[in-house]
Design a protein around this ligand. Structure first.
Ligand SMILES: CC(C)(COP(=O)(O)OP(=O)(O)OC[C@H]1O[C@@H](n2cnc3c(N)ncnc32)[C@H](O)[C@@H]1OP(=O)(O)O)[C@@H](O)C(=O)NCCC(=O)NCCS
Length: 116
């Protein structure tokens, strides 16, 4: 899923400001990566992208969304926590360069959570 922005007063090509990559595994999905262009962070792009993706995943029959995140990644953890993701596990030494464990987070996105 891509988010682009076009400068309204010019004919410039759209600029990619964010993306999210998801992988479906039966009735579950994993957020493989999400990133927002540094110049466009803290403006709600990440939340909008994730909210729209959750609607699409729910329509596709997905009931649960998982992700891994570095414990040190405060912005990402704050985004996920604010959207209702909960820590459900940990993968030791999951990341390299620099080495770090991964927190596993999950969110129920079944129709019963249509408030999301
Ligand atoms: C994580 C990331 C995608 C967030 O995107 P964003 O567009 O800046 O996020 P939003 O503006 O939608 O913020 C949504 C919420 O996230 C939290 N948040 C975002 N940036 C934050 C920061 N720098 N510090 C603390 N909380 C932050 C806040 O709770 C925020 O809600 P609020 O605006 O009501 O306070 C972005 O920081 C990024 O691209 N980081 C680098 C890549 C990365 O780490 N991806 C995650 C891999 S697991």
């Amino acid at each position: 899923m891509l988010v682009t922005e076009t400068e309204p007063t010019t004919n410039a090509a759209p600029v990619l400001v964010g993306f999210g990559a998801f992988q479906q595994l039966l009735d579950e999905a994993e957020l493989r990566n999400i990133a927002v262009r540094p110049t466009h962070r803290c403006r709600g792009v990440g939340r909008s992208l994730l909210t729209e993706a959750i609607h699409l995943l729910r329509e596709a029959g997905i009931g649960r969304l998982f992700l891994e995140v570095r414990p040190s990644n405060a912005p990402a953890r704050a985004l996920y926590a604010s959207m209702g993701f909960q820590v459900v596990g940990m993968r030791p030494a999951y990341y390299a360069d620099p080495p770090e464990d991964a927190l596993i987070m999950a969110l129920e996105i079944s129709p019963a959570r249509a408030d999301l």
